[in-house]
Design a protein around this ligand. Structure first.
Ligand code: GAL
Length: 442
């Protein structure tokens, strides 16, 4: 039997990613909590409730698990509505609690990567029109200053905004995130405001902490033509990919937001990334469809032969991660994989998914792509937005009623990878024997 180990570079960051609203519980003062109370918004009327009960202190046991499993980093977010419960009020106790969590990470030997905005907005902000209102920038910057001042002792790595491309698409085109609109004008306004908010946050963070490394986390999704010979499919796929994948990061290089018909100059955005954060889950195929005007005339679907996740949300397409990293190379920045994972309550696909995706990362690293770390989504099952609790992304499972954690084989596999800083043939033989032949041919 062939024996080998795919090694990763020294100092590679290994960890999991989480987000405040999905794990803390009782975030009653934000727009997602309000959204959950509306009928028909969340699958089966499910609610975040106590989530993973982190706000009451269960972060400790989950950080213990991560540290024991060899993670040397963790990506988490802070909840704006806790820190600034009203426009004219800061909650110092909330900031203290986050300081405690950061200390908790560093004491356990994990480097914190903190996301300042991960989908949820304070209620007072959404009542003012949220990201559509240009005033959001004037509120975001003081919030960023407050958090960075409070956490700078522990944190050097910052993500300003998580997946701005998913947020504007889901909130203003698909209507599945609050405020539930299908309005391209609103999408445009929110996009401009997010780019400005990021740019000014980048400058604000560096002013407080000159050594900080600041970026965003973009979701990169391969959007390929269904029929490569069809110019219409190529047109629709190209348009969707430009808007979803390229628009934001290119604006942060050039200072220009280039839409199909208009360009908007945002000069303060130029050169405002120290690293590129990539979230990768899957890729899709796009067919031209006249009825999909709001989606650039593209109907998306997975490859007919693709292996799908439990609820059909993700196709296991590891080569798409290599393509995402290759795409990321054009920005000439260090790259962090800020999210990657699959929903799988039975953990029947996840071990393979992890190995196959990390194999692609290893390949990229060996082509000298500057990939510096990998954060698995997620540490423990958590509240999956409009999909509620129906999707289980955790290395550890969660019984929401009893708050009991269940160790999945993937948690052990990922622990071995973190400790080894590599993937060995022996791990593949134990956790995903079906992959052995193709990964380690005799
Ligand atoms: C991402 C998001 C995460 C998580 C994940 C899995 O788009 O940033 O918060 O929900 O998808 O659905």
């Amino acid at each position: 039997m062939a024996q080998a180990t795919f090694h990763f570079p020294r100092g590679f960051l290994w960890g999991a990613a989480t987000a405040a609203h999905q794990v803390e519980g009782n975030n009653t003062n934000n727009n997602w909590w309000a959204w959950e109370q509306e009928e028909g918004r969340i699958i089966q009327g499910q609610k975040s409730g106590l989530a993973c009960d982190w706000w009451n202190g269960r972060w400790r046991e989950d950080f213990d698990r991560a540290a024991e499993a060899g993670h040397n980093a963790h990506r988490m977010s802070v909840e704006w509505s806790r820190i600034q419960p009203a426009p004219d009020r800061w909650d110092e106790n909330a900031l203290d609690r986050y300081r405690e969590m950061m200390r908790g990470l560093t004491e356990r030997g994990m480097t914190p990567l903190v996301t300042l905005h991960h989908f949820s907005d304070p209620l007072w902000l959404s009542e003012m029109g949220g990201w559509e209102n240009e005033k959001v920038v004037d509120y975001f910057i003081p919030f960023v200053n407050k958090v960075v001042e409070a956490l700078r002792e522990y944190v050097n790595l910052w993500v300003t905004i998580n997946e701005p491309n998913v947020l504007v698409t889901n909130a203003y085109v698909m209507g599945v995130f609050p405020p539930g609109k299908t309005d391209l004008g609103a999408m445009y306004r929110a996009t401009v405001n997010m780019i400005r908010a990021h740019a000014l946050a980048y400058q604000a963070i560096h002013k407080i902490q000159p050594t900080a490394r600041v970026g965003l986390a973009f979701q990169y999704r391969g959007l390929l033509p269904s029929k490569t010979w069809s110019p219409l499919d190529r047109f629709a796929a190209g348009m969707q990919s430009r808007l979803f994948n390229d628009l934001f990061p290119e604006a942060l290089v050039s200072g220009v937001l280039r839409l199909p018909v208009v360009s908007r100059h945002i000069p303060e955005a130029r050169g405002t990334q120290d690293f590129l954060g990539i979230n990768y889950y899957t890729q899709e195929y796009v067919a031209f469809n006249l009825l999909k005007a709001g989606e650039m005339f593209g109907q998306r679907s997975f490859h007919p032969q693709a292996e799908l996740s439990e609820t059909g949300f993700i196709a296991n397409d590891p080569e798409g991660l290599f393509k995402a990293l290759k795409w990321g190379m054009r920005f000439e920045l260090p790259i962090l994989i800020t999210e990657n994972g699959v929903e799988d309550s039975q953990d029947s696909l996840r071990p393979r998914y992890i190995i196959q995706h990390l194999h692609q990362v290893w390949k990229a690293v060996n082509f000298n792509f500057p990939v510096k770390g990998y954060f698995h989504w997620s540490l423990v099952d958590n509240f999956e937005w409009e999909r509620g609790w129906t999707q289980r992304f955790g290395l550890w499972g969660l019984d929401v009623e009893t708050q009991t954690r269940l160790t999945r084989p993937s948690a052990d596999l990922f622990a071995e990878i973190c400790r080894e800083n590599g993937i060995s043939s022996e791990m593949v033989a134990r956790y995903a024997p079906a992959l052995f032949e193709s990964m380690f041919p005799n």
